[in-house]
Design a protein around this ligand. Structure first.
Ligand code: SF4
Length: 422
């Protein structure tokens, strides 16, 4: 099966899924409309009976109630009719979409997964194949968005993608997208580093400003996000990146569906939730008739050590916060970080003379909402002060992140390479 057929299959799976979901929603709406019509009829019969039994001034009131019940019943009938029409329409659309998928897949089905969950099995098998052929995928794409936080995983992902894009002769398709949350959210120099990392490969760089960053979002909502209500990622990053995605598709000006690949440096080893994701998947949220959007995690299977190994051996520039053994280049006070990481972040802020700990502590007091359910940022600051009293200020050396992961020799070699490149 060639890549064009594979991509056509994915689009057919997407359309079939979408059509089935629309039919399921229409079916539920139809049940609700039928139930509403039954209730309206019951009410009408009741009002009719009450009017028959009423006398004197009560007849006027019951007459009005009967009129209202008649209107409600008539309206419920119209709604039920519209819902049934929509149900029939979505049924036909779902049947057509599934038939189209079957016709497209049939000639290639031999020896491939089908089973009970036919559509998802087809998609999974095709996506697995595509993930294993990065150069073809890059050649087939109309645009490739590389979402970079400037962190270590983004860095290695970017290095791999830039290398593949250069091999495929497609560097012009790549756009490195960085969501800049501002200096009240992130460590200093993150945006500049993301830009340098992209420019090293001669790639286009676009920074998206998230006005107010995490601090502004919390101030506005009066509460900190958490793992279950992670509004920060969707509001500050995903929604804004989607606007850029639409602009890129419009600028392409294609008279066919565009293939857009969204690349993220997510790895299975990071968390249980992330390990459940797939290396390549259809982004059903942003795909539509104008664009098929695939989400690609090119370094999905790498371990922490492998990421650092690649940074060291390729001499890639990483953010100095890692040398202070901050494990992720996220927001300085990420709502998903553990207590010990937050304590270290407070100490690093003090070492760098950043006002963030006090700003976040003040914010907590102002909105009356703790940074986390289990503890406040004031608790974190207290613990950081206790450790500083015992150990003194936080210190680190360039290359400590690599030293910590891979040992002294690797760190010395890395620093030597960076010095040569400077
Ligand atoms: S880094 Fe953490 S706090 Fe910042 S946007 Fe992402 S999840 Fe939210």
């Amino acid at each position: 099966m060639d890549i064009t057929t594979r991509l056509q299959l994915l689009e057919a799976v997407r359309r079939a899924d979408q059509a089935n979901a629309a039919h399921t929603a229409a079916s539920r709406a139809c049940s609700r409309a039928t139930q509403a019509a039954v209730e309206a009829l019951t009410r009408l019969v009741h009002c009719d009976r009450q009017l028959a039994e009423a006398s004197g001034p009560d007849r006027i009131r019951h007459g009005d109630m009967l009129d209202a019940a008649r209107q409600t019943y008539a309206e419920s009938g119209r709604r039920k009719h519209a819902a049934r029409t929509k149900l029939r329409r979505t049924f036909v659309a779902a049947r057509t979409a599934n038939r189209e998928l079957a016709a497209l897949y049939g000639p290639h089905a031999r020896g491939r997964a089908t089973g009970g969950k036919r559509r998802s099995a087809v998609a999974a098998s095709v996506l697995d194949e595509l993930a294993a052929m990065p150069l073809d995928l890059i050649r087939a794409a109309d645009a490739i968005l590389v979402h970079s936080s400037a962190g270590k995983d983004s860095l290695v992902m970017l290095h791999r993608l830039a290398t593949w894009a250069a091999q495929a002769g497609c560097k012009d398709k790549v756009v490195v997208v960085h969501c800049d949350l501002g200096d009240t959210s992130e460590w200093p120099g993150v945006r500049e580093l993301a830009q340098r990392q992209a420019e090293r490969y001669g790639l286009r760089f676009v920074a998206i400003d998230a006005d107010g960053g995490l601090l502004g979002l919390v101030e506005k909502r009066g509460m900190f996000p958490d793992a279950t209500r992670r509004l920060c990622t969707s509001t500050l990053k995903r929604d804004k990146a989607n606007v850029l995605l639409t602009a890129i598709v419009t600028a392409l000006g294609l008279d066919r569906q565009a293939l857009i690949i969204n690349c993220l440096g997510i790895r299975a080893a990071e968390s249980t939730a992330r390990s459940r994701k797939l290396p390549l998947s259809i982004d059903t949220r942003t795909s539509n008739g104008k664009r098929l959007v695939l989400t690609w995690h090119p370094i999905f299977t790498l371990s922490d050590a492998e990421v650092w190994q690649e940074i060291a051996s390729e001499g890639l520039e990483y953010h100095p916060a890692y040398d202070a053994l901050i494990p992720r280049l996220s927001c300085v006070f990420c709502v998903l970080a553990g207590f010990s990481v937050l304590v270290r972040a407070v100490r690093l802020c003090w070492a760098l003379d950043l006002p963030l700990p006090q700003q976040y502590k003040d914010l907590e007091a102002r909105i009356g909402h703790r940074f986390k359910e289990q503890y406040s940022l004031a608790d974190v600051i207290k613990e950081a002060a206790r450790i500083e009293a015992e150990e003194g200020p936080l210190t680190w050396r360039p290359g400590d992140a690599i030293r910590d992961q891979l040992g002294d020799t690797a760190a010395d070699y890395y620093l030597h390479r960076l010095a040569l490149a400077a």
